[in-house]
Design a protein around this ligand. Structure first.
Ligand code: PEP
Ligand code: MG
Length: 582
C-alpha cells in the first residue's frame, strides 16, 4: 500500500480502479504564409472556430457550473477583439492559422499571468483550453477520449482542463486525483457540483500511479491510498457509510428553517458572488442574502459597470429573493481585488491602504453610480446596503451623506427609487469592535467580515501562505471581538450577523450563536450542514461553549476543546429543531 497526501478539494470517499489520463499536447506549427494563402488560412481558422463552438454547444445540458464554463468558452470563441487580432496576425504578419491562434491566446494568457489577482489567474486555464480546442480543430485531431470511458474509474491526471471536466461522463467517474489545481480550480468546482470526491496537489501522481491500480480517494483529508491493505479497506467502508448518512441528513435539513434543539430560530442567509440564475437558485432554501458581493460586476468586466448594468443585476437579485432581504455590499475593490482597467497607485501595504470604502471616497463618481443603481433597484424588493472597510463613525456618516445626496438627485430627476432601506456596516477593522455602541448609533445593522477581521486583529496577511500559522480564525481574541460587537449593537437594539468564512464553519457555529448571534450568512453549499449543526444543540449548551472559549488564551486551546465536543454526526438521535419559538 502507498499513501499519497494532497489537498482535499471535493468531499466524499471513492474506491475503484485508476484510469491515468494523459493528454496529447503539441505546439502550434509556425509557418510563414504567402499573400496567396491568407484567405485560405482565415477560412481554416473560421471553420475551426465554428466547429469548436458546435462541439461546445453539443455538450450543453450538464450542471450549472458546467454550463457556466461552456458559456464562457463560447464567449471567448465569439469575442470580436480576439477574432480581429487573429485575422490581423494572418493577414498582416503572415502567420498560419495555428500560429496566429497561439499568438493571440498567448498574449491574453501572459497578461492574466502578470496580474497579481488570483481571480484573473484562474481564467488562464479557460483561455489555454479554448486555444487547445482551436488547435485541435485546425489539425483535424479527434477528441481526447474521456467521454469514451467504458466503466466507472478514478480519474488520475496531471491536470484536468475545463473541457475535460465538461466532456467526462459523471456516471463513469468515481473520484478524481490530480497534481495541479486547488480548491477554487475548475476541476474542484465541477467535482463538488457533481458530488465526486476529489484530491489535488499530489506531485507526479500521473507517473506514480498506473491505470488499473486499486485506489481509495479520501476527499475529506486529501489522502489517496494506492493498493490499500485490508485494514484500510475496512476502515474506509465504514467511513463511506458514515459520509453517505451525513449527506442524507443534510439533504433533509436543507429545506427546513434553522432552529436550535430547544426551538430558537436562527436566520440562515447566504453569501452570493453573482446574480446568475444558478447562484440565485442556491439561495432558495435560505432566509435571504446576507452578503451580495457586488464586486463581481467590476471584476468580471473590462470596464466600470454602468448604472444600468448594475441596476439590472441588483434588480434581478431583489426580484428573485423578494420578500426576503438582499444585503448589497458596496464596491469592495482594492488590496486583493484589483481591476486591470482601473490601475491604482502602488502601495507598500495595499491591505492597509486604498481599498473598499476608502476607494469609494477617493472616486466619488464611481461610488455614486453604484448608489444610484442600488436606490433604483430598491423599488423591486427588500434591499439592505452595507459598507465594507469602515473604520470610524466618520466613515459611516460620510457614506450615508453620499447616499442622501444621490437620493435627492434621483428625486430631482423624477426617477423612481427608494432610499429608506436599512444601511449597515461590515465589521472588518478592529476599531469598530472597540467602539461598537457608537457605530451602532449610526448603522442599522452590523455584518462581521471575519476574513478581514482576523487578518487585521492578528496582523497576519490572509493571502500570504507563509503567514497561515498566524492567521488564526479560532484565536480567542476573535471571539472576544465578536462578543464586543454583539454587546455594542445589542445595546442599541441593532442586529448583528457574521458573513465571513467563520460563519460557514460548523465548528464555530455553536460558539457564534452562544455569543448571541441569531443570524448567519454562509456559503450556500453549507446550508444543509449548518442547519443540521444548529439543530443538534440547545442554546444553553452553546452559551456554555462560548463562555468556556472566552476564558481561553490560545487557538490551540480552543481547537483542542472543540475536538473534545461530541460530534453531531455520531449522535444519530439528536432532537431535531422544532422552532417552537417561531
Ligand atoms: C470578510 O472580510 O469576511 C468578507 C466577507 O469579505 P471578503 O472576504 O470579500 O473580504
Ligand atoms: Mg472583507
Amino acid at each position: 500500500m502507498i499513501q499519497h497526501s494532497g489537498v482535499a478539494v471535493s468531499p466524499g470517499i471513492a474506491r475503484g480502479k485508476a484510469y491515468v489520463y494523459k493528454k496529447h499536447t503539441s505546439t502550434a506549427e509556425h509557418i510563414t504564409i504567402g499573400a496567396a494563402d491568407v484567405a485560405a488560412q482565415i477560412a481554416l481558422y473560421e471553420q475551426a472556430s465554428q466547429k469548436a463552438r458546435e462541439e461546445l454547444q453539443a455538450m450543453e445540458g450538464g450542471t450549472q457550473e458546467q454550463e457556466e464554463i461552456l458559456r464562457t468558452h463560447i464567449s471567448f470563441l465569439m469575442d470580436e477583439d480576439m477574432i480581429e487580432e487573429i485575422r490581423t496576425e494572418i493577414t498582416q504578419n503572415h502567420k498560419c492559422a495555428e500560429w496566429a491562434v497561439e499568438t493571440v491566446y498567448g498574449q491574453v494568457i501572459d497578461m492574466l499571468d502578470a496580474s497579481p489577482d488570483p481571480v484573473f489567474k484562474e481564467r488562464i486555464a479557460d483561455f489555454a483550453d479554448v486555444r487547445d480546442q482551436l488547435l485541435k480543430e485546425l489539425r483535424g485531431e479527434r477528441s481526447t477520449g474521456l467521454e469514451a470511458l467504458s466503466e466507472p474509474v478514478i480519474l488520475v491526471a496531471k491536470e484536468l482542463l475545463p473541457s475535460d471536466t465538461i466532456s467526462m461522463d459523471p456516471a463513469k467517474i468515481l473520484g478524481i486525483v490530480t497534481e495541479r489545481g486547488g480548491v477554487t480550480a475548475h476541476m474542484a468546482v465541477i467535482a463538488r457540483s457533481l458530488a465526486i470526491p476529489a484530491v489535488a496537489g499530489i506531485s507526479g501522481v500521473d507517473e506514480a500511479i498506473t491505470s488499473g491500480t486499486e485506489l481509495i480517494v479520501d476527499g475529506q483529508t486529501g489522502t489517496v491510498y494506492s493498493q490499500p491493505d485490508p485494514a484500510i479497506l475496512e476502515e474506509y467502508r465504514k467511513k463511506a457509510q458514515a459520509f453517505d448518512r451525513q449527506r442524507q441528513i443534510e439533504k433533509e435539513y436543507l429545506p427546513k428553517p434553522a432552529c436550535t434543539a430547544d426551538g430558537v430560530r436562527i436566520e440562515t442567509k447566504v453569501n452570493l458572488g453573482s446574480a446568475d440564475e444558478w447562484e440565485l437558485a442556491a439561495a432558495a432554501c435560505s432566509d435571504g442574502v446576507g452578503l451580495f458581493r457586488s464586486e463581481f460586476l467590476y471584476m468580471n468586466n473590462d470596464h466600470l459597470p454602468t448604472e444600468e448594468e448594475q441596476f439590472t443585476a441588483y434588480k434581478a437579485a431583489l426580484e428573485a429573493l423578494a420578500p426576503r432581504p438582499v444585503t448589497l455590499r458596496t464596491m469592495d475593490i482594492g488590496a486583493d481585488k484589483q481591476l486591470p482597467y482601473l490601475p491604482l497607485p502602488h502601495e507598500e501595504n495595499p491591505a492597509l491602504g486604498m481599498r473598499a470604502l476608502r476607494l469609494c471616497f477617493a472616486k466619488p463618481d464611481v461610488f455614486r453610480t453604484q448608489l444610484r443603481a442600488a436606490c433604483r433597484a430598491a423599488v423591486y424588493g427588500n434591499l439592505q446596503v452595507m459598507f465594507p472597510m469602515v473604520s470610524s463613525v466618520t466613515d459611516v456618516i460620510r457614506a450615508k451623506q453620499l447616499l442622501a445626496e444621490v437620493a435627492k438627485e434621483l428625486a430631482d430627476e423624477g426617477i423612481p427609487f427608494r432610499a429608506d432601506f436599512p444601511v449597515g456596516v461590515m465589521v472588518e477593522v478592529p476599531s469598530l469592535a472597540l467602539m461598537a455602541s457608537q457605530i451602532a448609533k449610526q448603522a442599522a445593522f452590523a455584518s462581521i467580515g471575519t476574513n478581514d477581521l482576523v487578518q487585521y486583529l492578528l496582523a497576519a496577511d490572509r493571502d500570504n501562505p507563509d503567514m497561515a500559522a498566524y492567521y488564526q480564525s479560532f484565536h480567542p481574541a476573535v471571539f472576544q471581538a465578536i462578543r464586543m460587537i454583539i454587546e455594542g449593537f445589542s445595546a442599541q437594539g441593532k442586529p448583528v450577523s457574521v458573513c465571513g468564512e467563520l460563519g460557514s464553519d460548523p465548528r464555530s457555529v455553536p460558539i457564534l450563536l452562544g455569543l448571541g448571534l441569531r443570524t448567519l450568512s454562509i456559503s450556500p453549499a453549507r446550508l444543509g450542514e449548518i442547519k443540521y449543526r444548529i439543530a443538534g444543540m440547545t442554546m444553553a449548551q452553546m452559551e456554555q461553549m462560548a463562555q468556556d472559549i472566552l476564558a481561553m488564551g490560545s487557538q490551540e486551546e480552543v481547537v483542542a476543546y472543540l475536538e473534545k465536543q461530541p460530534h453531531q454526526a455520531d449522535c444519530k438521535e439528536q432532537t431535531a429543531g422544532r422552532c417552537d419559538n417561531v
